[in-house]
Design a protein around this ligand. Structure first.
Ligand code: ADP
Length: 201
């Protein structure tokens, strides 16, 4: 069966998670690339074993989990290691995304990814929705959520694709600059539209 897949993207703190939770409440299956990226490197997973084999035992904590901080620092000092790491993780993440998209049973499926446009995941999607939020609000909401310094969030925003570029690539844009109820009110007609599109494809 050909599935109707809607990509959902936006910068850090834009509201991807709250939007995807709303779609889940409507019975729509949500496949989240970030969640998958975290799951595949959990203790005992084959990707973590491969990372161990390539980089060495220091990548593991005593409890067998990934030492994220050590790996982050190593990559910062050895930029080529990022590519090595992604050579291991990206094919596994791609396969798991495909598997979850294929096994979904809802009328359409949402693929949430902060790097939907940057990593060409749009070849998987029929339509793309941008959660668009002014940077000042992104900064405020993400630093409150993560207890990170605003400068840290600012660096992440600076490394992501600029908003105006995402706006030109998206089919649908929802501006998340008000209350959550305003966000949901904008998602509701889109949900109806996606249901209709999924039926007619
Ligand atoms: P993302 O997944 O894009 O990083 P989140 O959905 O986690 O962003 O939203 C970032 C933070 O801002 C969360 O704590 C979320 O609850 C909050 N948030 C998002 N949208 C709104 C809104 N319209 N009003 C108030 N808080 C919001």
């Amino acid at each position: 069966m050909q599935r109707f897949i809607v990509g959902l993207t936006g910068g850090i703190g834009s509201g991807k998670t709250v939007a995807s939770q709303w779609f889940e409440q409507q019975g729509i299956t949500v496949v989240d690339a970030d969640v998958i990226a975290r799951e595949i490197v959990q203790a005992g997973q084959p990707a973590l074993q491969q990372i161990h084999d390539v980089f060495g035992a220091w990548v593991l904590l005593e409890n067998g989990e990934l030492n994220r901080r050590a790996l982050r620092e190593y990559i910062f000092e050895h930029p080529q290691a990022k590519q090595q790491l992604e050579n291991i993780t990206h094919p596994i993440i791609r396969a798991e995304i495909q598997r979850q998209l294929q096994t979904a049973t809802s009328p359409y499926v949402i693929l949430v990814s902060p790097l939907l446009f940057e990593t060409q995941q749009t070849h998987l999607t029929q339509r793309n929705l941008l959660i668009d939020t002014p940077e000042t609000l992104q900064l405020h909401r993400a630093s409150q959520r993560d207890q990170h310094a605003a400068s840290h969030i600012q660096n992440i925003i600076a490394a992501q694709m600029p908003r105006d570029q995402k706006q030109t690539l998206a089919d649908d844009i929802v501006v998340n600059d008000g209350a959550l109820s305003d966000l949901y009110a904008q998602l509701s007609p889109l949900h109806q539209q996606y249901l209709a599109l999924a039926q007619t494809q």
